[in-house]
Design a binder for this molecule. Structure first.
Ligand code: DP6
Length: 362
């Protein structure tokens, strides 16, 4: 089992180390969803996602050992230029949680600046991009402090492991194109502990796939993902759902390998609606879709039926619609998007994203 605990990663107290590290990390959109977890951030079923490009977090980590004493975590956190104590507290907790992997976090004073490429009020979950950006910074910091060297793949695997401890879906953000997280016989080297890069195993049509994020509501979600995962524990459909997710993943991996868009779209849309059905059948039940989410789904399906074009949708844990289609049909679908879907968005807001290359050092 992968275990990154390393009590040796302590800075020699006679030397002062300071510096600055920065990473940009994107969000990702799950096709087979992670919904339900146990233990230390372990998924109840395997999931697969496409890595996004334009929706990202940039995190700049300044560190110094100068003047640091005691065993506590010292961190100032600025979000979009403003000091943010509630985010700071979450990150202090996270750093404390991983202090058996990176014991040096207790020897450092951190100042972290973070901003998102998308508006905070867009209703887009930022935990995947922000936690993966932070994990990348920490893994780079280990290399700078201790001269550790890693092959890129090993480095990303460790960063993925650490991202997972911050937010499950974040562990899939570090890789180009696509990532699988969760043990499955259908993906070699897959694990519950970290995501693996999966871009090489899918048809190249997906390497520049579009994901237009249609913002149905910019408000904060009434039920957090954390609470949603917890409600799966009492959900009567939980066990059959986990079995179904495994079967769907298996079929989706084949469809994605072959570039079979019809099969890809059918599974992806079923998954999105299953996720929301699980919310509706939780106790207490809740609904995150809004009237315009349903209206968009109707219009997308009608347009697809009329034109035969491979344009599909998915949703994450919120009302926004992610519109998925290959680049080759962009010119044909764009007028439909602008005239039929964008007017249903709150303040006409849409983030026109594509599949991207994962986390990059900046
Ligand atoms: C619906 O990763 O946000 O987007 O592990 O509690 O941070 P935590 O949950 P989170 O859950 C994401 C749920 C999802 C599906 C997915 O991304 O697979």
């Amino acid at each position: 089992m992968t275990d990154y605990k390393n009590p040796k990663l302590l800075i020699n107290s006679n030397t002062i180390k300071s510096g600055r590290i920065a990473w940009r990390s994107p969000s990702n959109i799950a096709l087979v969803k992670y919904w339900g977890k146990h233990g230390l951030q372990l998924p109840r079923n395997p999931s697969i996602s496409l890595t996004l490009d334009k929706a990202y977090t940039e995190t700049i980590m300044e560190y110094t050992t100068e003047g640091k004493s005691g065993d506590n975590i010292e961190l100032d956190f600025y979000f979009e230029g403003k000091s943010n104590e509630s985010f700071a507290e979450k990150i202090r907790k996270f750093l404390l949680n991983i202090s058996d992997i990176f014991p040096f976090v207790k020897q450092i004073k951190f100042t972290v600046h973070s901003h998102n490429s998308f508006p905070h009020s867009s209703g887009i979950a930022s935990s995947a991009s922000s936690m993966s950006a932070l994990a990348m910074c920490l893994c780079s910091l280990e290399m700078e402090l201790f001269g550790t060297t890693y092959e890129d793949e090993e480095f990303r695997k460790k960063a993925s492991f650490i991202s997972r401890l911050g937010s499950g879906s974040a562990c899939r953000s570090v890789y180009p194109h696509a990532s699988v997280w969760g043990k499955t016989d259908d993906a070699k080297d897959s694990s519950d502990l970290f995501g693996i890069g999966y871009g090489e195993h899918i048809h190249e049509i997906f390497h520049d796939f579009h994901d237009d994020i249609l913002i149905v509501s910019q408000g904060e979600k009434p039920v957090s993902s954390r609470a949603g995962h917890a409600l799966m524990e009492g959900n009567a459909y939980a066990e059959p759902r986990y079995k179904q997710a495994n079967e769907r993943l298996s079929n989706l991996l084949i469809a994605m390998k072959e570039g079979d868009l019809e099969k890809f779209g059918t599974i992806t849309e079923n998954e999105a609606l299953t996720l929301h059905a699980l919310m509706m059948t939780s106790n207490p039940s809740y609904i995150l879709m809004q009237p315009n989410s349903l209206e968009m789904i109707e219009r997308i399906r009608k347009f697809r039926k009329e034109t035969g074009l491979p344009i599909y949708f998915t949703l994450d844990a919120g009302p926004n619609i992610h519109l998925l289609y290959p680049h080759s049909i962009y010119e044909k679908v764009n007028p439909f998007i602008l005239s039929e879907l964008v007017p249903l968005c709150e303040n006409d807001m849409v983030i026109r994203d594509r599949v991207g290359l994962g986390s990059v050092k900046i």
